[in-house]
Design a protein around this ligand. Structure first.
Ligand SMILES: Nc1ncnc2c1ncn2[C@@H]1O[C@H](COP(=O)(O)OP(=O)(O)O)[C@@H](O)[C@H]1O
Ligand SMILES: [Mg+2]
Length: 216
């Protein structure tokens, strides 16, 4: 369980996120919606322990997610808006290195990477350097990397923004699988159809949570 307690995030000039109090439960898909600039990415960055909250705290099963350095807890995995892929490596290598970094043996990591790329229907591109891929293909490699490591927490920042409906629903199905396996999954999105596929919905406006509801 993630507990976000009274969190603000401020820069020298502005408050980007304020008064966030929220509990995010495992086993569910939690959507954070809001227009561009509403603070979704900032909030996910605080929750994931990439930046320090200016006030308040974020706890994962009682442990602070901010560890003093911006290195996230091993339990965290991310799909970031800037995908963070290594341009000169292949799609398979980009996924595989994330697994190896978590202690998976090289051969198994390559096989798992290949399988996840297949499930996202880009298995045929697994040997291609990612700098040669399209935006939607890159986004699917970033999704494959985050999904393949099977971390207890998955923070997904607009994971389907570059995808057509078929690929979007594939990604949502895989996020659902992670939730069903007990993971805590948070999806920042401005796509109502993504929100509809989640269990819990929180909306942000100008850095604040403005409503809490359950779709359907
Ligand atoms: N590092 C930063 N320094 C200053 N302003 C920022 C920074 N990151 C984001 N912002 C601003 O904070 C606001 C919230 O941004 P963001 O969290 O990226 O929103 P969203 O992901 O919902 O589009 C925006 O106005 C954005 O321009
Ligand atoms: Mg954003």
């Amino acid at each position: 369980m993630i507990e976000i307690r009274d969190v603000d995030y401020r820069t020298a000039e502005r408050t980007l996120v304020s008064d966030i109090d929220l509990v995010v439960r495992p086993g569910e898909l939690t959507a954070i919606s809001g227009t561009s600039g509403s603070g979704k990415t900032t909030l996910l960055s605080v929750v994931g322990g990439l930046v320090r909250p200016s006030t308040g705290s974020v706890l994962l099963d009682g442990e602070a997610t901010w560890r003093g350095s911006g290195d996230p807890l091993p339990a965290m995995s991310f799909i970031l808006q800037v995908y963070g892929l290594v341009p000169i490596l292949s799609a398979r290598e980009n996924v595989s290195i994330a697994l190896r970094a978590r202690g998976v043996a090289a051969r198994t990591a390559d096989d798992d990477a290949e399988e996840m790329l297949d499930r996202l229907r880009i298995g045929d591109l697994s040997s291609r350097q990612v700098e040669e891929l399209s935006g939607g293909q890159l986004q699917r490699v970033a999704c494959a990397r985050a999904l393949a490591v099977k971390a207890p927490v998955l923070l997904a920042d607009e994971p389907t923004s570059e995808l057509d409906h078929t690929s979007r629903d594939l990604v949502m199905g895989l996020l659902r699988e992670r939730a069903e396996a007990g993971a805590t999954v948070v999806v920042a999105t401005h796509d109502d159809e993504v929100v509809d596929q989640c269990d819990v919905h929180h909306r942000m406006d100008e850095g604040r949570l403005v409503s809490v509801s359950t779709p359907g």
